[in-house]
Design a protein around this ligand. Structure first.
Ligand SMILES: Nc1ncnc2c1ncn2[C@@H]1O[C@H](COP(=O)(O)OP(=O)(O)OP(=O)(O)O)[C@@H](O)[C@H]1O
Ligand SMILES: [Mg+2]
Length: 243
């Protein structure tokens, strides 16, 4: 499939922002087509999380635009961006550890009516049987991988069209990382568009369709993942020189 021919769902244009005088990233251009899985890879401090914060309305751009489904969203409040269909799974999961799994899922659907929310919860439990068996358990008692599943499940409760994933592999054993990325691929098969950021370039490039490379606040390379994987510069800097 040639994504260039598909319709764009997310457009980030010439986006620049930072914290006080610190520049987090500058002049970033990114697009994500309907149904696509796009990865942004980059080292510590490259600006990946700041970019997701800006898309979700938590951090404001200093320059540039963000369009979702053709509408400018960069001046909208965060809750409205969620309602439009963008859901964010934060770095380090950010689940509520002292409340139950069920309560965590309800938070993800806070702007929805109760009936729709409860039926979605059952659908979510079908997708994540591990969570169903433990629905009344405190979230903090789940393993790291299960907590990542819960964070993804919670993001699904707002019925997103676009999911933003921040380092879903962080701190997880390789086999669990495979499981999580299996789930992410299933979401894409179900028609959800995905933008993920990762330091784990290997898994991100294996799973996504297209990727951008971010270095110290700038996009320095982009392309189809199958091409980036074999690019000597990417191999050297992000794949430990492996083939
Ligand atoms: N709250 C903040 N206040 C000031 N500077 C910040 C803040 N958050 C991030 N930064 C700075 O912005 C830059 C980009 O950070 P960001 O967290 O976006 O990077 P990242 O690519 O997500 O890194 P990592 O892979 O370590 O999560 C860094 O220089 C960082 O120090
Ligand atoms: Mg980060």
């Amino acid at each position: 499939m040639e994504p260039r021919n598909k319709q764009q769902l997310l457009n980030v244009e010439e986006l620049t922002t930072g914290y006080a005088e610190i520049v987090a990233f500058r002049e970033v251009n990114i697009s994500v087509q309907h149904g696509e899985m796009v990865a942004i890879i980059g080292a510590n401090g490259a600006g990946k999380t700041s970019l997701l914060r800006t898309i979700t309305g938590v951090l404001r751009p200093k320059k540039g635009k963000i369009k979702f489904d053709g509408r400018e969203i960069h001046n909208l409040p965060a809750y409205q961006i969620v309602q439009m269909g963008i859901s964010w799974v934060q770095e380090g999961r950010a689940i509520f550890k002292r409340v139950t799994i069920e309560e965590n899922l309800k938070v993800g659907a806070y702007h929805r009516d109760k009936k729709g929310m409860l039926s979605d919860m059952e659908i979510t439990f079908e997708r994540f049987p591990i969570l169903k068996n433990r629905r009344s358990q405190l979230a903090g008692t789940l393993s790291g991988g299960e907590q990542q599943m819960l964070a993804i499940a919670r993001a699904l409760m707002s019925r997103p069209r676009l999911i933003l994933l921040d380092e879903p592999s962080l701190g997880l054993a390789p086999l669990i990382v495979q499981d999580i990325y299996g789930i992410v691929s299933d979401l894409q098969s179900d028609g959800i568009t995905i933008l993920l950021v990762e330091q784990n370039a290997s898994i991100a490039l294996k799973t996504a369709d297209r990727a951008y490379v971010m270095e110290t606040g700038r996009i320095v390379m982009e392309g189809m993942t199958r091409d980036l994987m074999t690019d000597p510069r990417v191999q050297e800097a992000y794949l430990g020189g492996q083939r």
